[in-house]
Design a protein around this ligand. Structure first.
Ligand code: NAP
Length: 315
């Protein structure tokens, strides 16, 4: 398959990069300022039959249209929000993602954020390192065990979060497009009602046109001054400007965020707030899961080029 071209959009995993270059002719889009520049500079770009994208740079309409030989987009992510799925479908381009292998890590991190906010883990660490412990005791935190948890999106990650929340003795409720008959948790068909009836609201749904700003001013107000908002989905699920205002005005109790609307930019006021814990989009970033995701991308590509069934097809 050395004559088969694979275009990687970002430097997502050095292991994946290495493994791809062993099997295919690997092209690196990030070494160019745009797809146009890349195509101008690479006469052999007509070899490209696959794109490997990620959460930073997927396969938008421009990229898909620019590569007439494209057959498959294999994203190094479970989220599909950076791929123009409609365009791929129209052009008969296959799409794969990396579900399941990252579920546990993302769910685990949601609890890191919850404990970070409620038990002030990061603030306590800063307090000790800054030498304040010699002078005074650290402030009290807020109990997590038993708090009611509301989950937006009871999919793979949402369900893994619910399972963990059960172990913390938390009553669980959720909002999804449809009620899950197998789930024993309380279902709200409306996200406002979910927010009004939980103490910790966790965003774990897919980002689509319908879930863009699903957490808006009304939802934030419904969560209320003691409520905590956790986002391990995508930044654009939350109206970030509204969240910043609500945090500053005390209309919401705190937030734990792994994702932002305009990554890697984070609103400056968020950095000044004490009642937030901020992570740089690391939900699935463990050595083990990064390798499992890379292996899944590779297996999907190899299956495609060997005319075998895809392991995790989206379309
Ligand atoms: P999944 O199994 O496909 O679950 C997606 C969930 O989103 C489903 O429960 C679905 O509800 C819900 N949903 C879709 N449209 C909705 C709508 N309009 N209103 C309410 N809920 C809606 O996906 P997953 O594997 O759990 O991953 C979920 C998301 O997590 C990904 O799409 C990705 O954006 C994010 N993620 C983040 C990180 C990170 O590093 N922070 C890592 C991995 C994934 P229905 O079942 O009712 O359709």
């Amino acid at each position: 398959m050395e004559d088969t071209g694979v275009l990687m959009t970002s430097p997502m995993s050095s292991y994946l990069e290495e493994e791809l270059s062993k099997r295919f002719a690997l092209f690196k889009l990030w070494e160019y300022s745009s797809i146009t520049d890349f195509l101008k500079a690479n006469k052999s770009a007509n070899l490209i039959r696959a794109v490997v994208g990620d959460t930073k740079f997927g396969a938008d309409a421009k990229l898909v249209d620019s590569i007439p030989t494209l057959e498959i987009v294999a994203t190094y992510s479970v989220g599909l929000d950076k791929i123009d799925l409609k365009k791929c479908e129209e052009k008969g381009i296959r799409v794969t993602n990396t579900p399941d292998v990252l579920t546990d890590d993302v769910a685990d991190l949601a609890f890191g954020l919850i404990l970070g906010v409620l038990r002030k883990v990061c603030a306590g660490d800063r307090f000790l390192r800054d030498g304040h412990w010699r002078i005074s005791d650290f402030e009290l935190g807020t109990k997590f065990n038993g708090k009611s948890v509301g989950i937006i999106g009871l999919g793979r990650i949402g369900s893994a979060i619910a399972k963990r929340a059960e172990a913390f003795g938390c009553p669980i409720s959720y909002h999804s497009q449809s009620k899950k008959l197998s789930a024993k948790y309380k279902y709200y068909s409306n996200v406002l009602d979910l927010a009004a009836n939980c103490e910790i609201l966790i965003v774990a749904c897919a980002l689509t046109d319908k879930t863009w700003h699903i957490v808006d001013r009304k939802v934030i107000n419904a969560l209320g001054p003691k409520g905590i908002l956790i986002n391990i989905g995508r930044g654009a699920h939350i109206d970030e400007a509204e969240l910043v205002c609500a945090l500053q005005e005390g209309r919401v109790g705190g937030a734990g965020l792994d994702v932002y609307e305009n990554e890697p930019e984070v609103p400056e006021p968020l950095l000044q707030l004490q009642n937030v814990v901020l992570l740089p989009h690391v939900g699935s970033d463990t050595h083990e899961t990064a390798k499992a995701m890379a292996d899944l991308v590779l297996k999907n590509l190899v299956a495609h080029f060997n005319n075998q069934p895809l392991l995790t097809p989206v379309i």
